[in-house]
Design a protein around this ligand. Structure first.
Ligand code: SF4
Length: 255
């Protein structure tokens, strides 16, 4: 699941060079790429974005737009997705509150196994359960930014332990591993306290056990129907020509 580019994402449309810069220590290199592109293209236009640009700006760019028609996250990692942006907390060391503001739940997202939400457990139960449903096609998933143990509730645990869809290439009705045993009812907290926050640690990765395959269910609430082809390159937006310069290394598909 680690397909991160780990560098500046660059792509070209016509005479425009797009740069998405995540880390501030890549800004010098981004400026150099922009200079190189201008030297080689007389009518060059440079568009820059990403967290580093939002934090420190990009005076070397012609524009730093807030939105783009490109799936920029896929340029960094085709297996990654966001289902929320922002965070309700304001940790002093963190750039998320400055860049993204309060938590907001996205109405749709691309189903993908690397979930990059800054604070997924701060989302509503309805949203969280839709996210879990969208992850069912994947045998494992990575909550890339971690899960806030202080917010963990019993229904989060229920969702994280809930079954996945059977592998699409395996019509067998025999799961590889049995579903997890249900908690004894005597060990369950009273209904009134099931929404209480668990005082336990959380994991940033979850391997969801398979369920007994009975249906051919699809992700819900996510606006797409198939698992992300993580070994493929990001798709080219319509009416655009995406070519090199790809100045950074290719996506790290081997990591
Ligand atoms: S994303 Fe994490 S580190 Fe940043 S403000 Fe939210 S809880 Fe704090």
């Amino acid at each position: 699941m680690n397909h991160w580019r780990k560098d500046i994402a660059t792509w070209r449309s016509g005479n425009t060079l797009h740069l998405s810069v995540v880390f501030t220590w890549h800004l010098t290199k981004a400026a150099q790429l922009a200079d190189d592109f201008r030297r080689d293209h007389k009518t060059a236009r440079i568009l820059a974005g990403g967290p580093a640009v939002k934090l420190q700006g990009a005076p070397w760019a012609d524009e730093t737009p807030d939105t783009t028609p490109f799936d920029v996250l896929a340029m960094h990692n085709p297996c990654a997705t966001f289902t929320t942006r922002g965070c309700p907390n304001r940790c002093p060391f963190c750039a998320v509150p400055k860049i993204e503001g309060p938590l907001r739940e996205l109405p749709t997202w691309k189903p993908a196994p690397t979930v990059c939400d800054n604070n997924l457990l701060a989302a509503s139960r309805t949203h969280f359960e839709k996210v879990i449903d969208s992850l069912r096609p994947f045998p494992a998933c990575d909550f890339n930014q971690g899960l806030d143990a202080r917010l963990l509730k019993y229904w989060h645990v229920d969702g994280l332990l809930s079954p996945t869809d059977p592998p699409s290439d395996s019509p067998s009705t025999t799961p590889k591993t049995p579903p997890p045993p249900k908690r004894p009812s005597t060990a369950s907290p009273p209904a009134a306290s099931r929404n209480d926050t668990l005082a336990s640690t959380s994991s940033s990765a979850s391997t969801i056990p398979p369920k007994t395959p009975t249906t051919d269910s699809k992700p819900s609430g996510a606006g797409a129907s198939d698992p992300t082809p993580c070994d493929s390159s990001p798709s080219t937006p319509p009416n655009e020509t995406t070519t090199s310069p790809r100045a950074g290394p290719k996506p790290n598909s081997a990591a």
